[in-house]
Design a binder for this molecule. Structure first.
Ligand SMILES: Cc1cc2nc3c(=O)[nH]c(=O)nc-3n(C[C@H](O)[C@H](O)[C@H](O)COP(=O)(O)OP(=O)(O)OC[C@H]3O[C@@H](n4cnc5c(N)ncnc54)[C@H](O)[C@@H]3O)c2cc1C
Length: 324
């Protein structure tokens, strides 16, 4: 019998889990609240211009993730990014080779989504279980099911809302802390940043500045820049108006890099409310064999894309094993 499994969230963890389950012979349906796939591995379009607003590059410390990246590179979904930075930063920041999705970061999840059914624009509101299995409820009161098992692949604070009724899970999830991060996208007609392509930890406000179009496959004229605020500053300003956040961060970039007062052609801010993991769980995933419900995400193991991938694979294996 083919088991049906529901996966909530089409970020790297959810799609990695879904693809593992599919390869194990399950029928998988993925439900994603946004219109696009990838979650925080994001390529956000502002008009005709695309920016990587979340994860900036991938590194591979484990053999499993390295072999996935090699597959991506071979099939044209990713390429190496040799970003120019000062030699001090090379020592401090770039211990591993950097890879980026091409033509945008979100390409890195595409092969994982190929063999599974993904439903976008579907925010999951509630999960209920009967003796027939799990039912997935959406915000508009519609539902689908039954499913033999469910994988919840969303940030821990949001997962708490979905699995709150299952004993012990809320306490476990409460150990995880995630911090917000503002991302600002800036487009200029002319090249303006000095020689380096990336700058990190420039001030208490700025965590990251990158010349987005220095990444392979981006092209276009002028300059596109992605700025990330520090988690501390982002937390203080998380309820602020995005336009004033964008203006403030751009002014801080100009101050720190001594740039002339040039008006951007385009400037917008996006808040990642659960952007970066501050305190992880320290376990690869959470799974209840009794309820046939599991939770995965970067926050299980760390704060990087590769942690999300590994957590998803681990949960996929546990679910597949429990259904045989
Ligand atoms: C600003 C920033 C910079 C970063 N830089 C790097 C970097 O350079 N290198 C690196 O390796 N990592 C970086 N990261 C971290 C990396 O992006 C994450 O580790 C990884 O993308 C997490 O994947 P995930 O699948 O666990 O979660 P997510 O990507 O958050 O995926 C969760 C998905 O679930 C969906 N969802 C949530 N709730 C629901 C619901 N109720 N119903 C349906 N769908 C739902 C969301 O829309 C999302 O698509 C960065 C992150 C941020 C925010």
């Amino acid at each position: 019998m083919t088991h049906k499994v529901a996966v909530i969230g089409a970020g790297l963890a959810g799609l990695s889990c879904a693809s593992y389950l599919r390869r194990s012979g399950c029928f998988v349906e993925v439900f994603e609240q946004e219109r696009t796939l990838g979650g925080r591995v994001a390529t956000l379009r502002n008009g005709l211009v695309a920016y990587d607003t979340g994860a900036q590059y991938l590194t591979a410390r484990s053999d499993k993730f390295r072999s996935y990246i090699n597959e991506l590179v071979a099939s044209g979904y990713a390429a190496r990014w040799d970003a120019k930075m000062s030699s001090g930063e090379t020592k401090g920041v770039q211990l591993h080779t950097w890879y980026v999705g091409t033509p945008g970061m979100s390409s890195i999840v595409r092969p994982l989504a190929e063999s599974v059914r993904v439903h976008t624009g579907k925010r999951v509101h509630t999960l209920t279980q009967t003796d027939k299995g799990w039912t997935v409820w959406f915000e508009d009161q519609t539902n689908v099911g039954p499913f033999s098992a469910v994988a919840v692949a969303i940030p821990a604070p949001e997962a708490r809302l979905l699995v709150g009724r299952i004993e012990g899970m809320v306490e476990t999830l409460s150990r995880v802390r995630m911090l917000p991060t503002w991302a600002v996208m800036v487009r200029l007609d002319e090249r303006l940043l000095p020689d380096q392509d990336v700058y990190s930890d420039m001030s208490e406000v700025l965590r990251w500045i990158a010349r987005n179009n220095s990444k392979p496959g981006r092209g276009g004229s002028g300059e596109t820049i992605v700025i990330h605020a520090s988690p501390a500053w982002s937390r203080e300003t998380e309820d602020a108006d995005p336009q004033s956040v964008a203006e403030e961060l751009w002014a801080e970039v100009r101050r720190q890099l001594n740039l002339p007062d040039v008006a951007p052609k385009q400037m917008a801010a996006h808040l990642w409310r659960y952007g970066l993991v501050d305190q992880s769980l320290g376990e690869s995933f959470i799974f209840s064999t009794h309820y046939k419900l599991g939770i995965c995400g970067d926050w299980c193991l760390g704060r990087l894309a590769e942690h999300a991938y590994e957590s998803g694979q681990g949960l996929g294996k546990a679910i597949a094993g429990s259904l045989t």
